[in-house]
Design a protein around this ligand. Structure first.
Ligand SMILES: Cc1cc2nc3c(=O)[nH]c(=O)nc-3n(C[C@H](O)[C@H](O)[C@H](O)COP(=O)(O)OP(=O)(O)OC[C@H]3O[C@@H](n4cnc5c(N)ncnc54)[C@H](O)[C@@H]3O)c2cc1C
Length: 527
C-alpha cells in the first residue's frame, strides 16, 4: 500500500466513482471498507494523515460504555457491546480484553456497581469478554497495587476491550485497499461539484504534497469529516444549519509506576459527573478524559489548564503516588463530533448515537457514534448512500471480515505484536539490514525498521506521521519523541530522497508540534 499505487488507481479511473468519502478517520475508513467489500467503487480523501483527527486521540477502549448504561441508553450499550465482540473477532492482533476495577469507598457502592456491571456483562450475551464480580478489599489491591487504601472497602471488576486507535486505523486503511478502495492522505476536499439540478455529483480536491488540484465525479459523496462535518456541509450548501457540537477531551500520560499491575481503574462519578479512567497502555499509564465544549474544531486541539488540573486532582484521589505536573510525559486532546440535540444540559449528556443526515444537495453526512461502533455506523451509512445513489443492492460483508494483519496469537511477535502478520515482514527488513534492529530511543520500544516499513507500506510521509500515528511515541512520551525526530527524518530521507534542508524543516516542525504535548515550564510551576 503506497501513494503511487493510489494515484495510479485514480489515473486509470475515467468514470464517476460509486462513492467518494471525505475524511480518513475511523468513520470514513469504516465506510470505505464496507462499500469496497460490497463491490462498490470507492475513493476516500483525507486532508491530513489518516487518523490525524479524533481517531488517534481516544481513550482507546472498545467498550459498550458503562456510563451509557447509567444514562439508560440500553440500545446503544447493546449495539456497542456487540461491535466490541466483532472487533475482537476480526482484529485479535489489535484488540484485547482488559480488567477494569471500580473501587468502592462507600457501603452502597459494592451492591450498586456490582449489580450494574452484572447487567453490563449480561447485555453482551455471546459477545461477553469476562465475568464481572464484587471484590474484597484485598482482591481489589491485588488487581490495583497502587490504589489508595485509606477508606477502601472493596471493588467490582468487569471486562472491556482495549486497542491502539491509530494502529487499528492504519490496518483498516490497508483492509479497505485490499477490498479495492482507493485512499489518499494529504488530499483536502475543497468543494463539491453539482449537476444542473443542484445535486452533488463529485468533489474538488487539492493534493497538499504537490499542490495539484483535481476533480472526482461521484454518484454519492459521504461526508465523514468528524468535528469538521459542518464545514464540509457549508462547502456544499452555504445555507445549511450546523449539526455538530464539538466537545474536547484530554488525556495525560505518566510512566507505569503510577498504575502497577495489568488492570485499569474506572471512576464512575467524578466531580463533573463523568467517568474517568486510568489505564495501562503500551507500558505507560493513560488517564482521562474530560468533556469541555469548544467553539470550533481544530486539527491540533490543545489541553486547557482546567482540564489538566481536573485530571491531576482526580487521579490524586485514587493513586498512592499522586501524579504531578512534572510527571506528565504527554498530554493530548481530541474533539468529539457530537450531534446537536435539544434539551441536553451539557455535552456529557449528548447522545453518543450516530446520525446519518442527508442535505437537500444530496450530501450524506455521518457523524457522532464511537470508535467501537465504526463498523455498524458504516453499514448503516452505506445502506442509505447506496439507496440514494441507486447503486445495485448488495448486503453488508463486514461482520466477519478480517482486519489486515489478522493473527490469533500476535503476542508471539513481542514488541511488534500490533502489526499482526506484518511483523514477519518487518523482521525480514531487519534480516536484510541488521542496523534497522536498533531502537530509536531508550525510553520507548520502537525500532528503526518500523520507520522504513511505515514509509514503504503504510503511506507515512512525514516525521509526525511516524512518531504520532505509525508508532505512538508522541502520545506516550513527547520529549522522547522530540529527541527521536532527527533519526526518523534521516531514515525517511533515505526512502523519499529528502534534502538536508527538508530534514531540518521536518524536525523543526515536528518539535514545534511536540511542544504542545508537553507541559511548559510555566504550566509545570502552577502546582
Ligand atoms: C477524548 C475522546 C476519547 C474517546 N474515547 C473513545 C473510546 O475510548 N472508545 C470509543 O469507542 N470512542 C471514543 N471516542 C470517540 C471516537 O474517538 C470518535 O467517535 C471517532 O474517532 C470519530 O471518528 P471520525 O472519523 O468521525 O472523526 P475524525 O477521526 O476526526 O476523522 C475525520 C477526518 O476528516 C478529515 N477531514 C475534515 N475535513 C476534511 C476535508 N475537507 N477533506 C478531507 N478530509 C477532511 C479530518 O482531517 C479528520 O482526519 C473518544 C473521543 C474523544 C474526543
Amino acid at each position: 500500500m503506497n501513494r503511487n499505487q493510489m494515484w495510479r488507481r485514480i489515473a486509470g479511473h475515467s468514470q464517476s466513482w460509486d462513492m467518494v468519502v471525505v475524511g480518513g478517520g475511523a468513520t470514513g475508513v469504516g465506510v470505505a471498507i464496507d462499500a469496497a467489500a460490497r463491490g462498490y467503487d470507492v475513493l476516500l480523501l483525507e486532508q491530513s494523515d489518516f487518523g490525524k483527527g479524533t481517531s488517534s486521540r481516544s481513550t482507546k477502549l472498545a467498550h459498550g460504555g458503562v456510563r451509557y448504561l447509567e444514562q439508560g441508553n440500553i440500545g446503544l450499550v447493546m449495539e456497542a457491546l456487540k461491535e466490541r465482540g466483532l472487533l475482537l473477532q476480526n482484529a485479535p492482533h489489535l484488540v484485547h480484553d482488559l480488567a477494569f476495577v471500580v473501587p468502592n469507598y462507600d457501603w452502597w457502592e459494592a451492591p450498586f456497581y456490582g449489580l450494574g456491571l452484572k447487567l453490563y456483562q449480561l447485555l453482551a450475551g455471546k459477545y461477553g469478554f469476562g465475568t464481572s464480580r464484587i471484590l474484597s478489599r484485598e482482591e481489589t489491591l491485588e488487581y490495583l497495587p497502587t490504589l489508595k487504601i485509606e477508606g477502601l472497602r472493596g471493588g467490582a471488576v468487569y471486562y472491556d476491550g482495549q486497542f491502539d486507535d491509530a494502529r487499528l486505523l492504519i490496518h483498516m486503511v490497508a483492509t479497505a485497499f485490499e477490498q479495492g478502495a482507493t485512499l489518499l492522505n494529504y488530499v483536502e476536499v475543497t468543494g463539491v461539484t453539482k449537476d444542473s439540478q443542484g445535486f452533488v455529483n463529485g468533489v474538488r480536491a487539492r493534493d497538499a504534497m504537490s499542490g495539484n488540484e483535481f476533480q472526482a465525479g461521484a454518484k454519492v459523496v459521504i461526508n465523514a469529516a468528524g468535528a469538521f462535518s459542518d464545514l464540509m456541509r457549508l462547502r456544499a450548501d452555504p445555507g445549511v444549519s450546523p449539526m455538530i457540537v464539538p466537545s474536547q477531551g484530554i488525556h495525560l500520560v505518566f510512566d507505569k509506576s503510577f498504575l502497577q499491575g495489568n488492570s485499569a481503574i474506572m471512576v464512575p462519578h467524578t466531580s463533573d459527573g463523568r467517568v474517568l479512567f486510568a489505564i495501562p497502555w503500551h507500558g505507560h499509564t493513560l488517564v482521562g478524559t474530560t468533556d469541555t465544549p469548544v467553539p470550533a474544531p481544530t486539527l491540533e486541539p490543545v489541553a486547557m489548564e482546567q482540564e489538566i488540573e481536573f485530571i491531576l486532582s482526580t487521579a490524586a484521589e485514587y493513586l498512592t503516588k499522586a501524579p504531578t505536573r512534572d510527571n506528565v510525559l504527554s498530554v493530548f486532546a481530541g474533539i468529539r463530533p457530537l450531534v446537536r440535540a435539544s434539551g441536553a444540559a451539557n455535552t456529557a449528556a449528548l447522545s453518543r448515537d450516530h446520525v446519518i443526515h442527508i442535505d437537500r444537495s444530496g450530501l450524506v453526512t455521518i457523524s457522532g457514534g464511537k470508535w467501537t461502533t465504526y463498523r455498524h455506523m458504516a453499514e448503516d451509512c452505506v445502506d442509505q448512500a447506496a439507496t440514494l445513489a441507486e447503486l445495485p443492492e448488495t448486503p453488508c460483508a463486514t461482520h466477519h471480515l478480517r482486519i489486515h494483519g489478522y493473527h490469533e496469537n500476535a503476542k508471539e511477535f513481542g514488541p511488534l505484536a500490533v502489526y499482526g502478520t506484518d511483523a514477519d515482514e518487518i523482521r525480514k527488513l531487519i534480516e536484510d539490514d541488521p542496523e534497522l534492529k536498533e531502537c530509536l530511543h531508550s525510553a520507548l520500544p520502537y525500532l528503526k525498521a518500523e520507520v522504513v516499513w511505515a514509509v514503504r507500506n503504510e503511506m507515512a510521509l512525514t516525521v509526525e506521521d511516524i512518531l504520532a500515528r505509525r508508532t505512538r511515541a508522541l502520545f506516550l512520551n513527547a520529549r522522547a519523541a522530540s529527541e527521536m525526530a532527527p533519526d526518523v527524518a534521516k531514515l525517511i530521507a533515505k526512502e523519499l530522497e529528502w534534502s538536508e534542508m527538508r530534514q531540518r524543516d521536518e524536525v523543526a516542525s515536528f518539535r514545534a508540534l511536540a511542544s504542545n504535548y508537553m507541559l511548559s515550564a510555566k504550566q509545570r510551576n502552577l502546582s
